[in-house]
Design a protein around this ligand. Structure first.
Ligand code: SF4
Length: 321
């Protein structure tokens, strides 16, 4: 079975006054049908930009300048604006981090969910509202027939995110892209929303791309993971391998910086030293080399390419050449 979605060598550049920002620079990853792929990395590593490129939601001065995004036999980078509109929300939908900014404050929840049903399915107003009410009920919104007439500000943060999930699922998409869906919520609500997403994914038989900086979210929801750094994939593996035997020093650093009751911390939490480099002034060779505890001379001069290593993961690091 070919993957449901396959990015190959995707490049998204932003032409700024200070130079070209290579936000995504030759990224390849794939999502299998019915699976959840975690895309992990620090802020600015290109994870959100690569996902926005899938729906062609890159605005000026950004541009997809290379690579392909294959989905159901079509290259989404090549199809017309009319065709990509038929994909957005219908076959591939998105859940954003902050529902208050993603939802339109001047329309009711029901109106915003029903709009998509009318647009893509040609449903009548009543049919579209019925679908909205049914989906709101499935995502655990109490009294959905009443809530459907409420505005986003009348719902709590958790309820708003449930409404966003309903909007993402109402058309039964093949793929849902969730961009830090729990980051803006408090901890107890985060757990509920993650449980809901896992349950809904099964119920709707959808695939998911879970964009997150939180490895706890990855452990709880993902089958496979790609780790990104400075606009590139540095490791990809299935979730068990990644947690048991992280190959890339950056992945190891991310895992070691998770607080744990069982680790001997001697009062200090481990951290990855240094800062993420500026995307317009990346280090030569391996972009991680100024922060890497295993750096060698070759790392400063030549960029490593992705190779399969013994654990079964694919990683870009001179330690595995
Ligand atoms: Fe560290 Fe070198 Fe591997 Fe980069 S290539 S992660 S600097 S060991």
């Amino acid at each position: 079975m070919p993957p449901l979605l396959e990015l190959s060598g995707l490049k998204v550049y932003f032409n700024t006054q200070d130079g070209v920002v290579k936000a995504v620079d030759g990224v390849s990853y794939s999502v299998d049908a019915g699976k959840t792929l975690g895309v992990v990395g620090e802020s600015g590593c290109g994870k959100t930009v690569s996902a926005m490129a899938i729906l062609r939601l890159i605005s000026q001065p950004g541009k997809i300048v290379g690579g392909s995004i294959m989905f159901e036999g079509q290259d989404l980078t090549q199809i017309s604006e009319g065709e990509i509109r038929k994909v957005r929300g219908n076959k591939i939908s998105m859940i954003f981090q902050e529902p208050m900014t993603a939802l339109n404050p001047v329309f009711t929840i029901g109106n915003q969910i029903a709009e998509a049903v009318r647009l893509h399915r040609g449903a009548s107003k009543q049919e579209a509202y019925d679908a909205a009410i049914k989906t709101l009920e499935q995502v655990g919104i109490p009294s959905p027939a009443k809530r459907v007439h409420e505005y986003p500000h009348q719902l709590s943060g958790g309820m708003r995110q449930r409404a966003m999930i309903a909007m993402a699922l109402v058309l039964n998409p093949r793929l849902v892209i969730a961009d830090e869906p729990t980051t803006a919520l408090d901890v107890t609500i985060q757990a509920q929303i993650l449980d809901l997403m896992v349950e809904m994914k099964e119920q709707y038989d959808a695939s998911v791309i879970m964009i997150t900086h939180d490895l706890g979210v990855v452990a709880q929801t993902c089958d496979d993971v790609v780790v990104m750094y400075a606009g590139q994939v540095v490791e990809s593996a299935n979730v068990k391998t990644l947690f048991a035997e992280p190959a890339h020093p950056y992945t190891r650093g991310l895992l070691e910086s998770i607080p744990s009751r069982h680790k001997e911390s001697h009062g200090h939490l481990k951290e990855i030293k240094g800062m993420v480099p500026s995307p317009i002034d990346l280090p030569t060779g391996c972009a991680f080399h100024p922060r890497c505890p295993d750096v060698m001379d070759v790392c400063k001069e030549k960029m490593p390419t992705l190779k399969k290593c013994k654990t079964g993961a694919t990683t870009a690091c001179w330690l595995y050449e």
